[in-house]
Design a protein around this ligand. Structure first.
Ligand SMILES: *Cc1c(COP(=O)(O)O)cnc(C)c1O
Length: 398
């Protein structure tokens, strides 16, 4: 068995350098804990960036993968795939949707949404209706199409020319959105609650106003629920918090509780535009990933996980509020369910490193917002443990 230092040295030689990686080599996980190659334990409040919603190696996901792997791992979408059919049924039964396209990641789900919106709009309204309005500080993925959709200059730098047909407005500002609508627009694409952009909750009523704007101009409303879907905010899907239904919803991250899968959910009338041969993905919804996702979705809905998310989300939030009351450089605690951010007037990057050294995994977005997205199965005592570590780190600031 190699040590963490040995793995890091080997990785430095041949693995692409596109990530700024922390010096941590996780080799085993269970629940909210990870262990590194040297046997040290960590409390995981990042959960693979909101992927491991049921904790690491949940027994039901492990069992589903083992069982399916022994039967059939992959077959082509030229054929019918029972596990995929079952997953589509679950997603449609519990959402606004009628049809699901499966892929392997959030970016691919968003690509599918953008392609579908363009095609549907072209068929319904003719040429020259292709523009998608997205929000500043949004994040929609790393493909050429989705960096074009993302309202952050930094993800596009060096990769130009980007895909034309996107415009950006401040998140939460309905007037700016109204002004941005033109005869060229076919859709508005938003995260119902922004993740990478700093855990930004829209003002009350905003999503409803966006829905009405879309209805008025016959625009499709696309919700990117890649991060906030699948229970993260305490409801199965984030749009259900405010009862504002999109026309297209994208999912990925936590859909299978770890294994890679993405999905685009939409209504029948819109789905018509994706006829045979229009779009596809070799691995999309393959038997192994779909079986894992079925187990993850059933566990999420039936094992009290959403209730725990709401209860523990409330508890973590109250503990973070206590820290805010004690440290004047902490300015706001915000979020929903177990997607929480703590904004500070000081940089958070060093705090993330200190937390790692003390056995707590968190991250920092937009420089000054510490983000907490633990497994939805997190316990009170695990939250207490995390707060104690965090308190020690905040106490060392200024
Ligand atoms: C992570 C994320 C994506 C991209 O997902 P990938 O699986 O990395 O392609 C897209 N949208 C949102 C909101 C995300 O958080």
């Amino acid at each position: 068995m190699s040590s963490s230092a040995e793995w890091i040295a080997r990785g430095d030689k041949h693995v692409a350098k596109n990530y700024g990686r922390y010096p941590l080599v996780p080799v085993r996980g269970e629940g909210c804990r990870l262990w590194d190659a040297d046997g040290k334990a960590y409390l995981d409040f990042l959960a693979g960036v909101a992927v491991n919603n049921l904790g690491h190696c949940h027994p039901k996901i492990v069992a589903a993968i083992k069982e399916q792997a022994e039967k059939l791992i992959h077959c082509s979408n030229f054929y019918h795939i029972p596990a995929q059919i079952e997953l589509a049924e679950i997603l449609c039964e519990h959402s606004f949707g009628d049809r699901v396209f499966f892929c392997n990641s959030g970016a691919e789900a968003n690509e599918a949404a953008i392609k579908l919106a363009r095609k549907y709009s072209r068929e319904k309204h003719g040429e020259n209706r292709f523009e998608v309005i997205t929000a500043l500080a949004s994040f929609h993925g790393r493909t050429i199409g989705t960096i074009s959709a993302t309202g952050q200059e930094k993800v596009r730098v060096g990769f130009e020319p980007v895909v034309p047909g996107f415009s950006y407005v401040p998140f939460g500002d309905i007037e700016a959105l109204q002004k941005a609508v033109s005869p060229r627009c076919c859709a508005i694409m938003l995260e119902p609650l922004q993740g990478e952009g700093g855990v930004n909750v829209p003002p009350a009523g905003y999503l409803q106003q966006v829905r009405e704007l879309c209805d008025r101009h016959d625009l499709l409303l696309i919700f990117d629920e890649v991060q906030v879907g699948c229970g993260r905010t305490g409801t199965l899907f984030a749009y259900q918090n405010e009862g504002v239904e999109p026309d297209i919803m994208t999912l990925a991250k936590a859909l299978a509780g770890g294994p890679p899968i993405g999905a685009m959910v939409t209504r029948e009338e819109i789905a018509e535009s994706f006829g045979p041969g229009t779009h596809g993905s070799t691995f999309g919804g393959n038997p192994l990933m779909a079986a894992a996702a079925n187990a993850a979705m059933k566990t999420l809905m039936n094992d009290g996980v959403l209730d725990n998310c709401l209860a523990m989300g409330g508890y973590l939030r109250s503990r973070l509020e206590e820290l805010k009351d004690r440290y004047d450089f902490v300015t706001e605690v915000r979020g929903r369910g177990l997607m929480l951010g703590m904004e500070m007037t000081v940089e958070g990057g060093d705090m993330v490193v200190k937390a790692l050294q003390r056995g707590l995994l968190i991250n920092c977005t937009v420089g000054k917002v510490l983000r907490f997205v633990p497994p939805l199965t997190v316990t009170r005592s695990e939250i207490d443990e995390a707060i104690e570590i965090l308190d020690g780190i905040l106490a060392e600031v200024g």
